[in-house]
Design a protein around this ligand. Structure first.
Ligand SMILES: [Zn+2]
Length: 185
């Protein structure tokens, strides 16, 4: 059944059963005495709603957002987004969240589920591109090998407390970092 004009243009406030184009902050605060910082979020959570806006208003806003970016030549497709991510990387920019333009980050998450997913779809290595190193016991060992290869005289340290301490510190950091992924015993 096609939605009637009524269903498209209005939704009904769950409190007062009146129809509105959108349930607004003003309405919730003044009519229903909401006093939190985010009344609409509270309202949606309370009634398990996806939206507090009628379908027509939602369409209008989503269209307005697209127009906004389209005018700036930033209407993303998978291809242009991937090209942008690769371009930032080639330009030597960190792809860490907070360093990339918000619109790129948001588009990445929208298209590929997670920002990491977006980076990987662009054919880049997440850790390398973001500089975020996810320590694992294997990587700690790898890092120590790397130091050795670079000529850091580990051999002279092997018997010393310094190396033992260093490894202990790195292991504690690794375990802390991985805490939530380690099986509990
Ligand atoms: Zn109401």
């Amino acid at each position: 059944m096609a939605p009637t004009r009524q269903q498209q243009d209005y939704l009904t406030c769950k409190h007062c059963r009146k129809d509105y184009r959108a349930i607004t902050v003003f309405h919730l605060r003044n009519i229903h005495a909401y006093d939190g910082d985010h009344p609409i979020n509270d309202y949606k959570r309370q009634f398990r709603l996806q939206t507090a806006m009628c379908a027509r208003s939602r369409k209008k806003i989503s269209k307005a957002k697209e127009d906004f970016w389209a005018k700036r030549g930033q209407h993303w497709t998978h291809a242009t987004l991937i090209a942008e991510i690769r371009g930032l990387h080639r330009a030597g920019r960190s792809l860490r969240r907070g360093r990339v333009p918000v619109r790129v980050y948001e588009a990445g998450r929208r298209f590929f589920g997670t920002w990491q997913g977006a980076i990987e779809k662009a054919g880049l290595e997440y850790e390398e591109a973001t500089g975020i190193r996810r320590w694992t016991p294997e990587k700690v060992v790898e890092a120590i090998h790397e130091l050795a290869e670079r000529g850091v005289p580990l051999a002279s340290l092997v018997e010393s407390d310094l190396l033992v301490g260093l490894i202990a510190v790195v292991c504690v950091a690794a375990v802390t970092f991985l805490g939530h992924t380690l099986p509990s015993t």
